[in-house]
Design a protein around this ligand. Structure first.
Ligand code: GSH
Length: 217
């Protein structure tokens, strides 16, 4: 039996759940997936069984409970990867940590206006000025990371890292809402979308039947 369980929400909508799930999958770490459907009459009661914050994701390792996506990614990197969740070089590690923290604590317009929705493809979506300026900032982050660390590998900070997990749901959003990317940024987004585990998440999300009205645009 797997010693780790990851509690996640609906794959179609739960962008925070995708982040640690992808880290575990990419590094082939065995875990049990526990799914709690969000925004149903039973959600509160079901989340209360696992999650001190009443949110997903939550990682459970025997009696230890770790909640919040970034804390879970940090924990997995330390406990199961000898810190390989972060880039090797101190420079890349510093940037990876900074962009992950920026993602985790910001981009509210993007999150509100372009919620992750694996089954949707918008053709004429027009983000607000606030969301557009966040899109520009994300493009700048990706561009700078690829320029600085491109020689070390094909991911944001060279080798695949927590930074790619933190931005994977953003790639799905950009794809779904028709945000145009060019050159290296387009190539990066395509790489993320064709990551086998991301592709599985999107497929399974799109196959879910629940509709969460507040997350629909
Ligand atoms: N800061 C948290 C955010 C977690 C979060 O907002 N999760 C959403 C799903 S993506 C949730 O559990 N929503 C249920 C609710 O608010 O009732 C993290 O990084 O894990």
């Amino acid at each position: 039996m797997s010693e780790l369980s990851l509690v996640i929400g609906n794959k179609n909508y739960s962008s925070w759940s995708l982040r640690p799930w992808l880290l575990l999958k990419h590094f082939d770490i065995d875990f049990k997936e526990i799914r709690v459907a969000l925004y149903t009459p039973e959600t509160h009661e079901n989340l209360a069984k696992y999650s001190p914050s009443l949110k997903v994701p939550v990682l459970i390792q025997t009696s230890r409970v770790i909640w919040d996506s970034l804390a879970i990614c940090e924990y997995i990197s330390e406990s199961h990867l000898s810190n390989r969740g972060w880039p090797k070089s101190a420079d890349a590690r510093a940037i990876a940590r900074s962009v992950c923290a920026e993602m985790h604590s910001g981009f509210f317009a993007l999150r509100n206006e372009l919620p992750m929705n694996c089954r949707k493809q918008f053709l004429d979506f027009e983000p607000s000025a606030a969301a557009l300026s966040e899109v520009q900032r994300i493009k700048a982050i990706w561009g700078e990371c690829r320029e600085r660390f491109g020689l070390d590998g094909e991911w944001l900070c060279g080798e695949f890292s927590i930074a790619d997990c933190m931005f994977a749901p953003v790639v799905i959003r950009f794809h779904g809402y028709g945000i145009v990317l060019e050159g290296e940024l387009k190539a990066y987004a395509e790489r993320v979308l064709s990551h086998p585990d991301v592709a599985i998440w999107i497929k399974e999300g799109a196959e879910e039947s629940e509709v969460i009205e507040i997350a629909e645009v």
